[in-house]
Each structure stands twice: as structure tokens, then as C-alpha cells.
Design a protein around this ligand. Sequence first.
Ligand code: BES
Ligand code: ZN
Length: 585
Amino acid sequence: MARVDPHSYFDDAQPRSTRWRLRLRADFISKVLSGEAEILFDRAGGAVDLDTKGLTIKSVSVPFELAPEEPILGRRLRVVLPAGASSVVISYETSPTAAGLQWLSPEQTEGKRRPFLFSQCQAIHARGVVPCQDSAAARITYEAELDVPDGLTAVMSAGPAGDATAEKGRRVFRFKMPQPIPSYLLALAVGELEGRDLSHRSRVWAEPATIEKAAWEFAGVESMIAKAEALFGPYDWDRYDMLVLPPSFPYGGMENPRMTFLTPTLLAGDRSLVDVVAHELAHSWTGNLVTNATAEHFWLNEGFTVWAERRILKALHGDEAAALGWAIGQRELEEALERFQDTPALTCLRTHLAGVDPDDAFSNVPYEKGARFVTALERAVGTAPFDEFVKAYMKRFRFQSITTETFCAFVEAKFPGLLDRVGAAAWLDKPGLPAGAPRFVSPRLEELTALADGWPAGRRPDPAALRSAPAAELVIFLQRLPRELSVADCAWLDEHLKLTQRGNYEILAQWLAIAATSGYAPAFPRLRELLSSVGRMKYVRPLYQALGKTPAGRELAREVFISAAPAYHALTRRAAEAAMAKYPA
Ligand code: BES
Ligand code: ZN
């Protein structure tokens, strides 16, 4: 018996699932998926421990035992395969409050006509959708049939496999995922959707009201795929499609294979936020091909992907653009290190998460510290040798799930002594950012930093030049201003840079954090509007936090929360609640 993942009952001494056959029906009235999961294993006979959370188990084709609910993990479903049996059929339904599913009413969509359903399984929410070995160590291929109301379209992290016959008023979509994936990459969405081809292997899906904007915003995706292939090797997933979700989607993007999920807040109208697409695309190599074995090695996934994302951006837009991306990440890293001051162990790259919910451990640290560690390795050996290394790494571990130890052994074999030379022990097992971490400089970055640094001394930038600056530059300037400004300073910024009326969410969120911290009342209606309509946690959490700084802000936050919370995704609601729990009484 060996459990290898603190967040799963998966036991690597037991038969391992290799394939799922799902038949699920979406009921938008009861907010329930119901049906069957057939799980095929690599061998016959013996007990297998599956993860479940909130599932109602109707029947199981073999003897089984459902253990009591554990916090974080959920309920262990032990199925006992008879000698000679290497599969099980489980009939079940999901909970209407499953954290991995959000059921939206028509009013919560762009078109307002039809309901919408989407999943978000990373890190450990797949077990609330399908009973499974919910650990990255157990990869599966899958086939699925999704039975949905007529007029709605279903998509999954898989290829389409035609329609099946359906009863009147329903439609059954079939899917097939031939490449083995970890359970957290299972994904589905159902809604009024329209698709637009962007290239021979890429299509964007969105609600009809958003599809034109989405097709324009992401039109450059094929050139990104080409750059990524040149850097990391062939794209192994056949198609790269994208789905633009309703605004309550809690993340910027999610790298569901063959169907990246994206927040509509990326639709800035100027293609300035497509770095998120570069990031999710990069996961096709770093993450989806080579996966972290458990959440304790999450940096292998996200740190490598941020590094890869910025290599793609550098190849597409040059050194300066990449340096600005690193600079934005630097401030985000500093904020995360500050937020985790009281739990410094969570700022190590290699973490110890027994008893810790991965959603609570989540921060920018594995992203930005991880990416800097990868850069430290890259700089120590030189870009060309490192690029060769990355290709070899992808090839060696493709379709596998690995730990930090496995990664380090591979580095050591390729570049003996390198880990010591870059001080890997401090990167991996010490909190905070090591002294001597890579720095990223560019002339424009220095100008912007100087502009912001001059603010407290009363120096003001030339408003005309900054007003029309590219989004990333404005974000960098705003990130580097003091969080709390006088009302007069806020008014100056707002008037000259037209900040409250910005449609670019990265700029808007930076500005609103300052406005909220400073108690700048003219921005409050916009804060209310954003927090009532957007569920992306990257914006929601810091804004609830910033509103906590003033009595008027706290009042606004509490009021908005009461009216907006029912429409929030479960994760967004939890993040907002956690921020408000820290308000002074
Ligand atoms: N895989 C993540 C999202 C995620 C992480 C979901 C952990 C659940 C648990 C995705 O690739 C991601 O990192 N998205 C970022 C975008 C990015 C450019 C850093 C986001 O959502 O903001
Ligand atoms: Zn990511």
C-alpha cells in the first residue's frame, strides 16, 4: 500500500485506471450531472481506492465501500474488483454545490437567453465530477457522451466524436480524448456557443454575443503555436481550440488540453492580454505533457510555464516586451511573498501540503519564483544549451508525472554540478527569493520605474505620453505607485489617465486597488460594477482586500458581497470571504 499524493486516496500498489467511459446528462433545473462512469484498469482483481466529493453513488457494478467525508479529500470510494474483472461501472450524480462545476442562469451569461455550465477541475475538483483516482500520477484517456438540452453546445477537453441519438428536446454530444491526461485536465462546458476557425488547427468558441471580439483578439494564435513548436518541439495534442467563458470564470485561463478555457476579461480589444493564451498554450508542453506528480511540485508546472510563456513572447515581440512581462511578475511575486508572510513554508518551491487545501496554498510564488529558478538554470548554462536541455526534458518525460527530485536528477545528469552552482537548495527548500535571483532590465522599464518612484516627491509624468502608453507600461507604472494616495493624487491620475473608465482589466484592477486603498469615492461605482460582474480571482481577491483599508470601503465590500455572492463561483466566494474575514471588526 502506498499513497503517493497527500491530496488523493490513489494508491500506486493497486490497479491503475487507464481509461474512462462517461455518460452524463446535464440537468439545469436541479444543477446536477447524472449518469455512469465506466473505469477501466491496467489489471484485474483487488481493491481500488477512488476519490469522490459530494457525489451521490447510486450503484456500483462490483462490491464497494464508501468511507466517511474527510475535509479536503472528500469520501474514499473503495471498489473491489473480482478476480478476472478489470473494470467497474459506477452510477452516480454530482452535487448542485460541487466546487468543480458552476451552473449559470441565463442572466449570468452574455446572451441572457440560455443557461451555461462549466467545470474547473484543477487542482482536486475532478472528484466532484467523476469518481476517480484524482492524482496526476494516474493518467487516463477518455470517451464521453454529454446529454444536454437542445440548442446548447457541449465542448470538452477532447476531440468531438459526432452525435449520438437523443430523446426529444435533447442532444447528445460525443467526445474522445486519445492522449492520456491527468484527471485535473478533464473539462466540460455547455452553453449557447458559436465557433470560429482561426487556423487549420485552432478554433475559438464563445457565446454568439462575444464570438466576433474573441476571434479578433486571438487571431494570432497560430503564430504562437508555431513559435512554441520551434522552442519546445512538436505540438502533441492535434488541435488547440479555446473557449471564452462567461465572466464568472475564476481564473484567467485553464490549460484544458485541446480546449483552453479563458476569461472574457482578456477581450481588451487591442490584443494586449494575449500573454495568457501564450501561457495556457505553453502548458501543452510544460504541465500537460510533463506534469507535476502532486501539488507539492506545482512549481514544475507553473514556474516552467511562465518561463515558457515569456520565451514565446520574446520570440514574438522581442526583449523589451518580455522584460515588461517579467517586471509585472516581479511585483506580483513581491505581493505574494508579503501575503504569505505568516506561512513562509508556502513560499518554498517544493512544498509540504498534507492537510493543506491546494486552493489555499495557491499563489504567484510557484509561478514567478519558479520561472526565475528556471531562468537561473538557463543563464548559468547559456540559452542554446538550455533550449536543447528543455527539448530533451520534454522528450524524456512526455505523458509522465514527475517530482522535483526527478527533475533535479535529470538536470544533474545533463549538467553535473549545475544545481549547486545556482544554489538550487535555496530555491527549492528555503522561503522567499534567493539573493542573486535573475533580474530583468530594459530601458523602458527603467523609465517607468523612475516615473513611479518620483511620485512621492511630487514629480508627475507627462500625462499625454502615459495616457496612450501600451497596457503593460501603464500596469507597471501603476504597480509601482504607493498603494495609498491622497484624494487629490487619485483625482489627478483619474483625470489625466482616464483610469476609472478603462476597459482593460489589468489596468483597471491596478487602478481600483489604489483607489480602494485610498478611499477614493469616485471610483466606488466602478468597483461595485467590477465586483458584481467579474469572478476572476486575480482581481476579486485583491480588491476585497484593498476595500478593507477604509470604513467606507468595508461597507461597500460587504454590501456588494451580499448581492454578488450568489453568482460567484465557489472559489471566488471563498477568496472574497477570506479577504473580508481579515477586516478589522
Ligand atoms: N493552471 C492555471 C490555473 C489554475 C491553477 C487553476 C491552479 C486551478 C489551480 C493556469 O494555467 C494559470 O496559471 N492561469 C493564470 C494565467 C497566467 C498568465 C499566469 C491565471 O488564471 O491568471
Ligand atoms: Zn498556468
